[in-house]
Design a protein around this ligand. Structure first.
Ligand SMILES: [Zn+2]
Length: 283
């Protein structure tokens, strides 16, 4: 499932061909993804200029000249491909249409952006730009982890009364938006905090160290995604998937990477999801 860095990488890949550019034509090939598409979506998008392409949590938001904003969520299996890119950063020929190409945006500049989603957990919606933050998917989100609203005092206050394990608290999108399983595991490893520890039992000083750790793991992953964008000329133009190495995520039974630690990475299941951590380093 795409996490925040993958979504940000998709946004950065789309920006050069979409921002300031006009959607000439949009083909909507089925009535719904996870939810029905908004009424007359193709007509409401056609001819619109994309003023700004931004991201909130794991949602890509395209502010349009019409005063509406297009929300795009990749869900579990959503993929975005660029072809015919006028900037020459991606392959030039449009690939043959595939079975799960549900929405195809043809930009006036010649770029084609294809949204393919076999499992259809993705979503698209249209809303008034001025009221975008009231959208049901966005209204309850907490601060962006890389934004100014998130910080040590905010996080310490949010964790103080939480009786849940810190792992679950950090996955709560009201505490911090867009953090998923992988990057929570990685941030906890960097701070030496066990995923099992109750949030309210963590001292303010230790909890505060989570803020730079969260920012660091996300920023490094976004940087890895950014360098993956440079390799797309030979690739198929698919955005957002890149090789990135993790310290604990997916490394059950492998040696801990902390210098001098002889323990191996453990995996436990919390709220139905795997937590990877070092039982020796993380307390
Ligand atoms: Zn260790």
């Amino acid at each position: 499932m795409p996490e925040l860095p993958e979504v940000e990488t998709v946004r950065r890949g789309l920006a050069p061909v979409m921002e300031g550019e006009v959607m000439a034509q949009v083909a909507v090939n089925r009535p719904d993804l996870r939810w029905p598409f908004p009424e007359r979506m193709a007509e409401r998008l056609a001819g619109q200029k994309v003023l700004r392409l931004r991201r909130r949590s794991k949602y890509i938001l395209a502010d349009l000249g019409s005063g509406e904003t297009l929300l795009v969520h990749l869900g579990m299996s959503g993929r975005i491909l660029i072809s015919g890119d006028p900037l020459g950063r991606f392959v030039h020929d449009h690939p043959a249409p595939e079975k799960h190409d549900h929405v195809v945006f043809d930009m006036a500049n010649g770029a084609r952006i294809t949204f393919n989603d076999p499992r259809r957990f993705g979503a698209m919606d249209l809303m008034e730009t001025a009221r975008a933050e009231e959208h049901p998917l966005l209204a309850k989100l907490g601060p962006e982890p890389l934004g100014n609203q998130f910080g040590e005092s905010v996080l310490v206050a949010a964790l103080r009364d939480r009786n849940t394990p810190i792992k679950s608290a950090l996955l709560d999108q009201k505490i911090v938006a867009g953090l998923g399983n992988i990057y929570v595991c990685e941030a906890l490893f960097r701070t030496g905090i066990s995923p099992r520890r109750k949030a309210r039992q963590i001292s303010a000083a230790r909890a505060a160290t989570l803020v730079p750790a969260i920012r660091e793991v996300l920023t490094q992953a976004i940087a890895a995604g950014g360098s993956s964008l440079k390799d797309f000329r030979q690739a198929d133009g698919e955005l957002g998937y890149f090789q990135h190495s993790f310290d604990v995520y997916g490394r059950e039974g492998e040696p801990c990477r902390t210098p001098g630690c002889t323990a191996t990475v453990a995996r436990i299941v919390q709220s139905g999801r795997s937590s990877f951590y070092c039982p020796a380093c993380q307390r």
